[in-house]
Design a binder for this molecule. Sequence first.
Ligand code: ZN
Length: 133
Amino acid sequence: MKVSHIEHIGIAVNSLDEMIPYYENLLGTPCYAIEEVKDQQVKTAIFQVGGTKIELLESTDPEGPIGKFLEKKGEGIHHIALATEDADTALKEAEEMGIRLIDNTSRKGAEGLDIGFLHPKSTHGVLTELCSL
Ligand code: ZN
């Protein structure tokens, strides 16, 4: 698989309202996009940090993936997203490497990216997202 860079790091937070000012101060850059991704029951806030991004994730439904994560583990790093040429091809390549997939084909994520997740059980605990424009 060919990965060009870390597209973003996803961080689960209880409240975007509280955490956006914190990250704006910490990073010295404003949050440039807030978007709800209904499909994943999250609201995201995105910061550009050099060639990568920080994606804050607030749950909109306690039964959604971020809601469950927050309940089990609390706030913290949720996933790492790798930028690939084509998410579907990268997912197939990961499967051929013996990695279990959460998504067999890509779906639309924040910022219109095509995204798909690898299963953390087969990535040694790191929830990994493959994405492409
Ligand atoms: Zn992500």
